[in-house]
Design a protein around this ligand. Structure first.
Ligand code: XMP
Length: 435
């Protein structure tokens, strides 16, 4: 293994990820583990250089004081305490968050002076290490991966491809609700450029038929999610000799920001509803990465910029932006309008500035006039929001000329549309998506 590691043991701190990030920012890899890790488990981790016990107030979680196993102090690693006042610890650190500058300096001194860790945390070393680990885990077996084309699954596919080549079988299910060119792009990049073993399933008809006449947003989501698993399962059954499932789990999926250490690992072992007899062992090489690190990993692996920096796209895709009961004509209008919006945002440099932007087509018509004749057509709603965590969102103040250009293009190029509106609602009271 190429990377030194500082292990953070979670004794109920709110700041585990802040600390892990701070250490990674120093160029040293860091991972968070539960407080009750055994000395043997700790020693089995690669290249551990030191251990930080990261506690909350009095190390009390749900009224119970927690501590690490005494054997941890005897495991042969330098140990330091952060964020609490345990007398047993060799060195005391002030509460993280009280005086970040002092803490940073103490962490730095612990990491470099005491642990003698080297600054060898970078994406190249990460990729090399994970390639090695995946090879070791998988051996000569096969790995199945649902490749949606999203950032996490794309980066995962590229990494697994580098590690095990054609032992990786990717399945891309096109549910017919993808953005314009998106499925084609997945095929182009992974099949044509990277030579991946890719099974492309065009399930458009199947999804649209299932969704016919279904108005309720939750019902639509359920149908799309459930059908997705069924299609994937059917494909999986056709393949022989698969032992592993690649999963694009990333760090925020695993680490709870809450204090309860017992809650630290979410139920991410659930492979999303695959039936009992289709349970695979999981391969999750991205599980220690934060989102921006996943992107950096994708860049390191040579994936195209647009794929790695693509904006968030909901699993149900355009299905939740074609409001109410989905019809093919509205879905097509939505897809074309979305492509125009994306193109013009790119032309205006807004694609790098705005967090998420998309179009919505509601299920009502309005009266308009075109070529001196009355029209009765759909409106297109534009939406562009900024957010940090998607819990709240503000509206991007788009310049008028950009809005005009997008409006004019949509009205000229998209059939069955006679109005364009801009959604000014923040979250709350609205959500980012319309359904
Ligand atoms: P809302 O609409 O709840 O969306 O404000 C917050 C963020 O989550 C995305 N989103 C989804 N992502 N599957 C996903 O992977 C989904 O079902 C889903 N629904 C919403 C949404 O695009 C926004 O970024």
């Amino acid at each position: 293994m190429k990377q030194d590691m500082i292990v953070i043991l979670d004794l109920g701190s709110h700041e585990n990820t802040v600390l892990a990030r701070a250490i990674r920012d120093l160029g040293v890899y860091s991972e968070i583990y539960p407080h009750d890790i055994t000395a043997a488990e700790l020693k089995a981790l690669p290249n551990v250089k030191g251990v930080i016990l990261n506690g909350g107030p009095m190390n009390v979680v749900d009224g119970v004081e927690i501590d690490v196993l005494p054997e941890i102090y005897e495991a042969g690693f330098p140990v330091i305490a952060a964020g609490h006042d345990k007398a047993t610890c060799e060195v005391k650190l002030p509460q993280i968050g009280n005086d970040m500058e002092v803490v940073k300096e103490q962490v730095r001194s612990f990491v470099f002076d005491v642990c003698k860790a080297e600054t060898n945390w970078n994406m190249k070393n990460f990729v090399d290490d994970q390639v090695e680990l995946v090879k070791r885990q998988v051996g000569d077996k096969k790995v199945l991966l649902a490749l949606s084309g999203g950032v996490d699954s794309s980066v995962l596919a590229a990494l697994l491809l580098k590690a095990i080549g054609d032992q990786l079988v990717c399945v891309h299910v096109n549910h017919g609700l993808m953005r314009k060119g998106e499925s084609e792009n997945v095929v182009e990049v992974f099949s044509n450029q990277l030579n991946a073993n890719l099974v492309y399933v065009d399930a458009t008809e199947r999804f649209l038929t299932k969704l016919e006449g279904v108005e309720d947003p939750e019902e639509k989501r359920k149908i799309i999610g459930g059908e997705f698993i069924r299609v994937f399962e059917e494909e999986a059954r056709k393949l022989d000799g698969i032992d592993f499932l690649g999963q694009g789990t990333i760090y925020p999926d695993i680490v709870e920001s809450g204090t309860k250490t017992a809650k630290m690992v979410k139920s991410h072992h659930n492979v999303g509803g695959l039936p009992e007899d289709l349970q695979f062992a999981l391969v999750e090489p991205l599980r220690q990465l934060f989102k921006d690190e996943v992107r950096a990993c994708g860049v390191e692996l040579g994936l195209p910029y647009e794929m790695v920096y693509r904006q968030p796209f909901p699993g149900p895709g355009l299905g939740v932006r074609c409001l109410g009961a989905i019809t093919r004509d509205r879905l097509e209008a939505l897809r074309e309008a979305d492509a125009i919006l994306r193109e013009e945002f790119q032309n205006a440099g807004l694609d790098k500035k705005v967090w998420q932007y998309f179009t919505v087509v509601p299920d009502f018509k309005s009266v308009g006039v075109r070529n001196n004749a009355r029209s009765y057509d759909w409106p297109v709603i534009l939406r562009a929001v900024n957010t940090v965590d998607a819990m709240t969102a503000t509206i991007e103040e788009i310049e008028w000329p950009v809005l005009h250009k997008i409006t004019n293009r949509i009205l000229a190029e998209v059939p069955n549309v006679n109005r364009v509106c801009y959604d000014l609602s923040p979250k709350p009271s609205a959500t980012i998506e319309w359904e």
